[in-house]
Design a protein around this ligand. Structure first.
Ligand code: HEM
Length: 506
């Protein structure tokens, strides 16, 4: 009789392989079990919303609807653990003392969050840590000095006027509903291209640039989905997933765009050199990086340059675009504040035919409205760190090294223990008198500490110029049939655009 295959000479090695893999699997299960037990012990002092046994608190965050977070912030003071599946935790904090403790340290960015962001951002300021981050930060900071910012005011005004021209064409003399979010983002791309790269792209008119904005939106959506999905934290599931392929496709589109920006800059510098133009009036961000590269040689490689340009394109467009959009929404919702801003701006700028840096400094009420809008809707809703050593908060509770801590800027700005009636739009919270009474870490739209936002003064400049020129030309009213629904896709985004009634002021 013929012997079964199990009795052949292959049977023994096959048994050994099966036993080997079963043992490996078992060891992995034991390791995960022990990790869970350790996490439960580490987090004993903190309560939070009950997690599902498999998916954890994914339901709370995966959808991006931040109103759910408001309820949790109200119920659990200071902080709570959010489970991402059974074996991983993101520790959320939203208390000013907790924020101050975290931001006074130098913990690196959390690898769980940045794992999905790094392919998009590459090795730029937002994702770097340690000495390389410090070197890049030193090189980049001069690009935002006062003289350079002052020179941007007129350039920003030009870009805003292009957008206003488009709106005037759409509206004519009628009050008309316009979806403003897309136009504002294109305007924001236009100013960034002009101010930081001295490039005239005509992107507000030429629709090919929409691919960059679309790509950014798609990438952030995919990354958010992956961050809060327990399975995608395992490379084996992520690498072969449709999300990974989509992320790759859109990342390539964005990277091609940034590659083009550098190429064009190098070409224009070469042309200037050939024409004997050696002296430039004002250096832009890319000039500063290119000269840093020339001075530092290998210390600042082509890849470093590429990564920083990429980071600035990604960090500088949607953030300002979103913030300006929420500001217009809040002013449309609150006509009394809109009127007061317009009166202030008219008093300073007249008809707005010219605008200067000094005039921006006089717009105190408008600035309070910008700050209050950034409080209610902080476009960057959260930042995260991985603890490099244990941390003890001022109330005596501690966390061990290795924990991922998420500072929820949204939660902090809407924390009822910090802000009275947190959901009410009240610019007077930012009057000199009220502001000086507040905790130094209760308001952090641009984060704080060493790793605060390097572009924050540029952002505030653009916001002031834009809102001033918009309010001089248009009256804004909300569209009650299409209320703004905000969701967090890493940055705040409108679920269905932002529709406002625009009426030209004659
Ligand atoms: C209203 C607009 C903006 C908001 C709300 C905002 C918010 C933030 C926040 C919260 C951080 C901290 C991120 C973290 O620690 O993970 C940050 C960092 C950063 N922002 Fe902004 N940002 C804005 C505009 C800009 C602009 C216009 C640029 C550049 C042109 C920019 C470039 C950066 C960079 C490079 C970093 C990393 C800084 C570092 O780690 O050293 N941001 N921003």
């Amino acid at each position: 009789m013929e012997s079964s295959w199990l009795e052949t000479r292959w049977a023994r090695p096959l048994y050994l392989v099966i036993v080997f893999f079963l043992t490996l699997g078992l060891l992995q299960v034991v390791k995960l079990y022990m990790r869970r037990q350790q996490l439960l012990r580490d987090l004993r002092a903190f309560s939070g919303p009950p997690p599902h046994w498999l998916t954890g608190n994914q339901k709370l965050f995966g959808s991006g609807h931040l109103e759910k977070l408001d309820e949790v912030v109200e119920k659990y003071p200071c902080a709570f653990p959010a489970w991402i599946g059974p074996f991983e935790v993101f520790f959320y904090i939203y208390d000013p003392d907790y924020a101050k403790t975290l931001l006074s340290r130098t913990d690196p960015k959390s690898k769980y969050f940045h794992k999905f962001l790094v392919p998009l951002l590459e090795e730029g300021l937002l994702s770097l840590n340690g000495s390389k981050w410090a070197q890049h930060r030193r090189l980049v900071t001069p690009a935002f000095n006062l003289n350079i910012l002052k020179s941007h005011v007129n350039v920003i005004a030009q870009s805003v006027n292009i957008m206003l021209g488009k709106w005037e064409k759409t509206c004519g003399t009628q009050e008309t509903v316009v979806e403003v979010f897309k136009d504002i983002n294109l305007m924001s791309l236009d100013t960034l291209m002009k101010c930081t790269f001295s490039q005239e792209t005509n992107c507000q008119i030429n629709s090919t640039h929409n691919r960059f904005i679309e790509g950014l939106t798609e990438c952030l959506e995919i990354i958010l989905k992956c961050m809060y999905s327990f399975f995608y934290h395992y490379d084996i599931f992520f690498k072969f997933s449709p999300e990974s392929r989509r992320l790759q496709k859109w990342t390539n589109i964005i990277h091609q765009y940034t590659g083009q920006v550098i190429q064009e800059k190098r070409k224009s510098l070469k042309d200037e050199k050939e024409q004997g133009e050696t002296e430039k009036k004002c250096q832009d961000f890319l000039d500063i990086l290119l000269s840093a590269q020339a001075k530092n040689g290998n210390g600042f490689s082509d890849n470093d340059l590429y990564s920083e340009v990429n980071t600035f394109m990604i960090a500088g467009v949607d953030t300002i675009g979103g913030t300006l959009s929420w500001l217009l929404y809040h002013l449309a919702q609150n006509p009394e504040h809109q009127k007061r801003c317009r009166e202030e701006i008219r008093g300073i700028l007249g008809d707005g035919s010219s605008i200067t840096w000094d005039q921006l400094g006089e717009m105190s009420y408008t600035t309070m409205c910008i700050k209050e809008s950034l409080r209610l809707c902080p476009t960057a809703t959260a930042i995260s760190r991985e603890l490099s050593k244990p941390i003890t908060f001022p109330d005596g509770r501690s966390l061990p090294a290795g924990m991922t801590v998420v500072l929820s800027i949204w939660g902090l700005h809407r924390n009822p223990n910090v802000w009275e009636n947190p959901k009410v739009f009240d610019p007077l919270r930012f009057s000199q008198e009220n502001y000086s009474k507040r905790h130094s870490h209760s308001y952090l739209p641009f984060s704080g500490g060493l790793r605060n936002c390097v572009g924050q003064h540029f952002a505030m400049t653009e916001l002031k110029v834009a809102v001033a020129l918009i309010l001089l030309r248009f009256e804004l009213t909300p569209d009650p049939t299409r209320p703004l629904i905000l969701i967090s896709k890493i940055l705040l985004k409108p679920k269905n655009g932002l529709h406002l009634y625009l009426k030209k002021i004659s």
